[in-house]
Ligand binder design. Structure first.
Ligand SMILES: C[S@@+](CC[C@H](N)C(=O)[O-])C[C@H]1O[C@@H](n2cnc3c(N)ncnc32)[C@H](O)[C@@H]1O
Length: 300
């Protein structure tokens, strides 16, 4: 019989030979997935014996990882903002840096809710998550609001995407985190046509330059190109959303747009062109890199 240590060793060697960046971590995570335990469980018991069935299953997932498939798609799960989200090739795998967008959106929402006691019949805080993908931002925000005991009727969250497949996945995530009643899903190019009034617009839209798509790391090629390709300058989709903001953001409303770490200056130039006079700043991530453009519509 093979021990856990031996099985892991073979897996690590295979992933190292395939030039995977983090062979040990990936092998451990995949082994834990196959064994149905958490990673600390397998590290604590390296002498535990592995059944033939588990070994074969582990070898299969190691081969998939070695061929380039992301660990998150193999496991069908990604941790995001403290939640276990279902992920598969219908949508982008949510990235840790997008948690900043959720935190900023949550702060904006709580600040608006705290403005004073809500009168009966008062409008809810209206939020849109544009390009929701797996639903990561909308679902994480809805869960965080529920945890803060914000009544469902005080906030509406509209999540949009051009991909019907991504929206199906987003709905599954909303239901499995018990916020299906707090998030509405709509297939739309950016936002539905007609009258949409928003207090807060959140968006993590595609922002990779088309010419850089072929340089993306191998695992990223498993994700939908339409979730990544931001056009010639990387900001084409975001620019189209900026053009919609005067029609959808209420006076005093705010848009929080995730950008690439190298787009801090470019978004400033774009904003001066598209929304002159609208106050804006760029929030950085934990490593100090530009991450979220915060754009306010001046109060009327
Ligand atoms: C970078 S992914 C982000 C997904 C998710 N918000 C997240 O943070 O993990 C961009 C998403 O925007 C969607 N998208 C691209 N163009 C769009 C458009 N014009 N209108 C609405 N959604 C769009 C893609 O289908 C994709 O799901």
């Amino acid at each position: 019989m093979t021990t856990t240590r031996e099985a892991l060793g073979v897996g690590i060697d295979r992933l190292r030979a395939a030039a995977v960046d983090t062979p040990r971590l990936d092998a451990e995570v995949l082994f834990a997935y196959i064994a149905g335990v958490d990673r600390t469980g397998i590290l604590a018991h390296p002498e535990a014996l592995v059944s033939d069935g588990q070994l074969a299953a582990f070898q299969r997932v190691v081969e998939r990882r070695g061929a380039g498939e992301p660990v998150a798609y193999i496991r069908g799960m990604k941790e995001f903002h403290g939640l276990a989200l279902r992920v598969d090739p219908r949508a982008l795998i949510p990235r840790p840096e997008t948690e900043r967008l959720v935190d900023l959106g949550l702060a904006e929402t709580m600040w608006r809710l705290a403005e004073g006691p809500r009168q009966p019949g008062a409008l809810p805080v209206r939020i849109a998550d544009v390009g929701t993908g797996s639903g990561a931002v909308a679902v994480a925000l809805a869960v965080a609001l529920r945890q803060r005991r914000v009544p469902a009727e005080d906030v509406t969250i509209l999540a949009t995407d051009v991909s019907a497949d991504a929206l199906d996945l987003a709905r599954e995530n909303a239901v499995s985190h018990a916020v299906g009643d707090r998030v509405g899903f709509v297939e739309a190019d950016l936002l539905p046509p007609g009258s949409v009034a928003c207090d807060v617009v959140l968006a993590n839209l595609p922002y990779v330059r088309s010419a850089a798509m072929s340089d993306l790391p191998r695992p990223t090629t498993y994700e939908p190109p339409s979730a990544l390709d931001g056009g010639v300058d990387g900001l084409t989709v975001i620019a189209r959303l900026l053009d919609r903001l005067p029609a959808v953001l209420v006076p005093g409303g705010v848009a929080l747009l995730e950008i690439g770490a190298d787009q801090g200056e470019a978004i400033g130039v774009l904003l001066d062109d598209r929304l002159p006079g609208w106050p804006a700043r760029v929030e950085t991530d934990l490593t100090g890199l530009p991450r979220v453009a915060v754009i306010s519509r001046p109060p009327s």
